[in-house]
Design a protein around this ligand. Structure first.
Ligand SMILES: C[S@@+](CC[C@H](N)C(=O)[O-])C[C@H]1O[C@@H](n2cnc3c(N)ncnc32)[C@H](O)[C@@H]1O
Length: 214
């Protein structure tokens, strides 16, 4: 069977039923933690939609939206992913503006979000073959695994409200340190951001809360 005629599958993600197929990443149960963390931060964030970058089939943002009562803006460059994200949002009754675009092109300069979720590909290119079930475009993070992480971090921070929070997924604590170094390197102008907390969900990955701070 080719990926073109991959059958649609159903995954339970929190309380949601999520449709996906082998062209996109299989929903990973541990990543409900990213949704729950974002929802827990929501009362401390400025109002408005959640921005989810690299949404895949959309389940992480969708669960956060259901838990927080916020609408969504979801971005992925893969049309198969955004088709699932659109239909999964409709099935869950969550308003979502789903955009099929590369990270760098998806947002207008003036768009700001109080709560951002980001789940980039973060497997080093040389290790992608260890995950034959996963689509390469969904997991290949470049030479050391941080290329899309760093690129998307820049986009997320540009569109993060000064009082907002960004919940980022990374592969491990080494990549979490890269995130910290990127923030340090930004020079901390008018809207200083800092890594407020890192939570380790190995063997799944790590999550970081980035928010206001020096
Ligand atoms: C690790 S997957 C995460 C998908 C989903 N959040 C999940 O947990 O199943 C990364 C997603 O980012 C998308 N992606 C990778 N690079 C991108 C880029 N430069 N711009 C937009 N989307 C990108 C891929 O198509 C893929 O769906």
């Amino acid at each position: 069977m080719t990926t073109l005629d991959a059958p649609t599958e159903l995954a339970r993600f929190g309380d949601l039923d999520i449709r996906w197929d082998r062209r996109v990443l299989r929903p990973r149960a541990w990543t409900t933690a990213q949704s729950h963390w974002a929802a827990a931060l929501s009362p401390h964030c400025p109002d408005g939609p959640i921005l989810e970058l690299c949404c895949g089939a959309g389940q992480i943002g969708l669960l956060a939206a259901v838990l927080s009562g916020r609408p969504l803006v979801q971005v992925d460059r893969d049309p198969a992913a955004t088709a699932f994200a659109r239909s999964n949002a409709a099935d869950a009754g969550v308003p979502s503006d789903v955009r099929t675009a590369a990270l760098a092109d998806a947002l207008q300069p003036e768009e700001l979000f109080g709560l951002v979720i980001f789940d980039p590909p973060y497997v080093p290119t040389a290790r992608v073959s260890e995950f034959p079930e996963d689509p390469v475009g969904a997991i290949d993070g470049g030479f050391d695994g941080t290329e899309q992480l760093v690129l998307g971090l820049g986009v997320a921070l540009r569109h993060l409200h000064p009082d907002g929070h960004l919940v980022v997924q990374a592969r491990d604590t080494d990549q979490a340190e890269v995130v910290g170094r990127v923030l340090d390197g930004l020079g901390q102008g008018r809207s200083p951001r800092t890594v407020l907390e890192v939570r380790d969900y190995q063997p799944g990955g790590v999550l970081l809360d980035i928010g206001p701070g020096a």
